[in-house]
Ligand binder design. Structure first.
Ligand code: F6P
Length: 341
């Protein structure tokens, strides 16, 4: 059996570990063959593949990014669509696809599976916003990078007695903000799940300042202050029609400075959170997910993805992951909020 692997959507530390896990187990246990589609769905639509023999995955689990390349290509646009893709797969002798991706990728995979294609999924996103899996690989690494960066912001903030605002990724959920904010001892964590007012934010900042601390605010890119209607977005839409977020920290900084009189600086951590080597947790999780994905192919579990439940890898339908975003629950926010101010 010949399997085509693709990595699609924003890249994420651990993608190469999934590829390695799948290829090694597939070759050693199931006698499968592998090719990689280049640049996500673009490679599927255009039939652009590279061979993935065992030596191609040697030592790659600690490598950031993806050896296959990725893109936000929508497989239903341009020359795509289920029929064209099925014809490509037949021409290339590919029996099944392992699609490694986030919400956009898995939604496209579901649509293609409903139209008869043989696809299994591996959930991926630094945002940790996919339902039906306890954690996505990439999240742990992003939190570590963000925490280290925020620790650094704290020392420069303390030297100048400034308020420092760190903006982290996460799209419409606050998981990176919650974990990196708690880990770094932030005086306020702002996330999309909580409509916090500017008055409340400045109160927390002033409280920290009055104790002689340099206030530290961690804000998720998708945070919507209570006086605004929607998340700050000034860079248009991505190919799946979703707003490109980013920049809320720069909106908040002058507002906080004007209201508190405390000099305030904003830092947007951006793509640094997705780059570089994956953490050991993410390497292990990603490797296990890749190995489980080739089992899904052997069992013909089309339309399912592998997922983490507790410490076990399980198989769940795409629809379970796509129904709802996994948001930070109220009790997790309340727990963190005890430490604000
Ligand atoms: O979904 C992962 C993510 O990094 C989000 O946190 C962020 O909003 C988005 O992707 C950025 O996308 P791009 O890499 O296309 O700018």
């Amino acid at each position: 059996m010949k399997i085509g692997i693709l990595t699609s959507g924003g890249d994420c530390p651990g993608l190469n570990a999934v590829i390695r896990g799948a290829v090694l187990k597939g070759i050693k246990v199931h006698d499968q063959e592998f090719v990689g589609f280049r640049d996500g769905w673009r490679g599927v639509v255009e039939g652009d593949v590279i061979e993935l023999p065992r030596h191609a995955v040697r030592g790659i689990s600690k490598q950031g990014g993806t050896i296959l390349g990725t893109s936000r290509t929508n497989p239903f646009e341009g020359n795509g669509g289920a029929e064209a893709i099925a014809a490509n797969l037949e021409r290339l002798g590919i029996d099944a696809i392992i699609a490694i991706g986030g919400e956009g990728t898995l939604a496209a995979a579901k649509r293609l599976t409903d139209l008869g294609l043989k696809i299994v999924g591996v959930p991926k996103t630094v945002d940790n916003d996919l339902d039906a899996t306890d954690y996505t690989f990439g999240f742990d690494t992003a939190v570590q990078i963000a925490t280290e960066a925020i620790d650094r912001l704290r020392t420069t903030g303390e030297s100048h007695s400034r308020c420092m605002i760190a903006e982290v990724m996460g799209r419409h959920v606050g998981w990176i903000a919650l974990h990196a904010g708690m880990a770094s001892g932030a005086h306020a964590i702002l996330m999309p799940e909580q409509r916090t007012s500017i008055e409340q934010i400045t109160e927390w900042v002033s409280m920290a300042n009055s104790r002689g601390r340099a206030p530290l605010v961690v804000v998720a890119e998708g945070f919507v202050p209570s006086h605004l209607e929607q998340a700050h977005s000034e860079r248009g839409l991505d190919t799946f029609g979703r707003p490109r977020l980013g920049g809320i920290a720069e909106q908040l900084a002058p507002e906080i400075e004007a209201r508190t009189g405390i000099e305030t600086r904003a830092t947007i951590l951006g793509h640094i959170q997705r780059g570089g080597v994956p953490s050991s947790f993410d390497r292990v999780l990603a490797t296990r997910l890749g190995m489980a994905a080739v089992d899904s192919v052997v069992d013909g579990l089309w339309g399912t993805m592998v997922a983490l439940e507790g410490t076990e890898i399980v198989h769940v339908g795409f629809e379970a992951a796509l129904g709802n975003l996994k948001r930070v629950p109220q009790h997790r926010y309340d727990e963190a909020a005890i430490l604000f101010g």
